[in-house]
Design a protein around this ligand. Sequence first.
Ligand SMILES: NC(=O)c1ccc[n+]([C@@H]2O[C@H](COP(=O)([O-])OP(=O)(O)OC[C@H]3O[C@@H](n4cnc5c(N)ncnc54)[C@H](O)[C@@H]3O)[C@@H](O)[C@H]2O)c1
Length: 252
Amino acid sequence: MKDRFFEKTALITGAAQGIGVSIVKRLSQEGATVCLLDINKDLLEKIKQEIEDAKGEVQIYRADVTNKEEVNKTVNEILRTYKKIDILVNNAGIIRDGFVSKISEEDWDQVLSVNLKGSFLLCQAVFPSMKEKRYGKIINISSRAWLGNIGQANYSASKGGLVSLTRTLALEFARYNINVNAVAPGLIDTPMARGLPKEALERLIKMQPTGKMGCVDDIASAVAFLASDEAQFITGQILHVDGGKSCGLLAL
Ligand SMILES: NC(=O)c1ccc[n+]([C@@H]2O[C@H](COP(=O)([O-])OP(=O)(O)OC[C@H]3O[C@@H](n4cnc5c(N)ncnc54)[C@H](O)[C@@H]3O)[C@@H](O)[C@H]2O)c1
């Protein structure tokens, strides 16, 4: 599948660590020019070097997805340089977990702002050029938690909102040959998951049908499929990549 993304330009948010890096590497290995957006400049520089060492074409942009001005500036810079954005992956996301009685207004706003508003701003910013080119693949990284998760009211709501945004944009954009889909990862081994308290993480792993966490490449594979022309008649769909966790509870 080498060069599945030959001459394609991809913008990936939250691209400095975890799942984002794996998506960046996969799209780059398959021929895409990769544009990395993140708030973490130092990590971005490191990934840029790795992509360049592997002879990939890469640009980095320090920007906050919640800031409309920074988002628009980044998208305009990419369009000036590469004339088009074929693929957008809205991957930036945060957690601020707690039971609903303990979630502060600030934690609610922050999670909704990064996970939902950020994706909306990026979709809005890339849409005019995708529409003009009559080509686009948008993949939003939701979460299995959109189905509901104890202790994650803000996160679940943000990821459920992202599902609704995906389905609505799929309808609005279909006539312009723009596909909008979501990937809903289960528990994946990343700095975000490793940041959970040790006992909580162990409990979560036990609750997986597979008895283990997924890896970042599992998500990158799903994203690469949805970003490819093999998925041209697929839009508005939510692809759960969660080892079966979304199918129901395990009888313990
Ligand atoms: N790890 C999991 O188990 C898991 C499960 C389901 C869904 N997800 C989702 O996958 C995505 C990636 O998760 P991860 O585990 O790799 O997370 P991570 O915390 O390892 O990486 C997230 C990246 O997003 C960046 N980011 C955070 N806020 C930002 C902002 N305002 N603007 C720009 N960049 C910002 C961070 O700097 C970081 O590089 C997230 O949307 C997350 O919700 C992860």
